[in-house]
Ligand binder design. Structure first.
Ligand SMILES: N[C@@H](CCC(=O)N[C@@H](CS)C(=O)NCC(=O)O)C(=O)O
Length: 263
């Protein structure tokens, strides 16, 4: 039995749900509501001491880290196989899995600088925001959130994210010059790993980030046309959240676009 502890609108949860859908595996859903801080509930911290989603439980085996989880899921069945057979192509796919850590940090910065910040400012008082920031268990994450809450799209973390994505999109574009998928002739692991992150940027109306690399947008359209996208991503984003993300992203884009010119 596979059980996934996941957040509805969390990118790394979307990534694992996408792998489950692509593999056609049966699984049991256990939603962890990040807005209600359920990730810090003592019974969840036993499974994931960092207080993060997703966590996969396979019978009594507990697995964290979305990239490791999707490779594990791929090993559970042969058809379809997401990891390429060719060892060089597989090594390249693993490089993308490792890069997901940095990509996640950058997506988190851009999400926080826009809709998460706007959402918190709209629903909480200054005192509540202070209490929420002060309750962040990891002091490094607390410092990052404080900076992003204070400066929004002007944050130093936004500059870092732009730099990360310029490299990522340049590399994606080069891979995509060989074919429609990221690391091989067929849909595979790198496509599954990256879709949710790039989709989040698109939902924030930040597609200007890949304006120089048009193959990235064409690839995202192909990923969004797959049935897995609807069941693993679109079905979990309520329309009002979708609207709010877009509006907030559009508001932040002017500052981000200016920063983009200097990178
Ligand atoms: N490296 C982890 C990152 C996990 C992570 O940061 N997840 C976010 C949601 S995408 C989370 O749980 N955040 C908890 C919070 O906001 O307190 C992975 O990819 O599994």
């Amino acid at each position: 039995m596979l059980t996934l502890y996941h957040g509805d609108n969390s990118v790394c949860s979307q990534k694992v749900r996408l792998a489950l859908a692509e593999k056609g595996l049966d699984w049991k859903s256990n939603i962890v509501d990040l807005k209600k801080a359920e990730q810090f509930a003592p019974e969840y911290l036993v499974l994931n001491p960092e207080g993060e989603v997703p966590t996969l439980v396979h019978d009594d085996f507990v697995l964290r880290e979305s990239s490791v989880i999707i490779e594990y899921l791929d090993g559970l069945s042969d058809k379809p196989k997401l990891m390429p057979d060719d060892s060089k192509a597989a090594a390249k796919a693993r490089i993308w899995l490792v890069r997901c850590i940095k990509i996640h940090e950058a997506v988190n910065s851009l999400s926080f600088a826009s809709y998460i910040r706007d959402g918190e400012l709209a629903r909480r008082s200054a005192d509540e925001i202070e209490r929420w920031l002060a309750s962040t268990p990891n002091p490094q994450i607390e410092a990052k959130r404080r900076e992003l809450m204070a400066r929004g799209p002007e944050s130093v973390f936004v500059g870092g994210a732009i730099r990360t994505f310029s490299r990522v999109f340049e590399d994606m574009d080069r891979e995509l010059s060989h074919g429609p998928y990221l690391n091989g002739p067929a849909y595979g692991m790198a496509d599954t790993a990256l879709t949710a992150y790039i989709d989040r940027l698109h939902r924030l109306a930040f597609e200007g980030l890949w304006a120089k690399w048009p193959r990235v947008g064409q690839w995202l359209d192909r990923m969004k046309a797959r049935p897995s996208y609807r069941t693993a991503i679109a079905a979990y984003v309520p329309p009002e959240a979708e609207r709010f993300q877009r509006q907030s992203g559009e508001k932040a884009w002017g500052v981000i676009a200016t920063a983009l010119k200097t990178h």
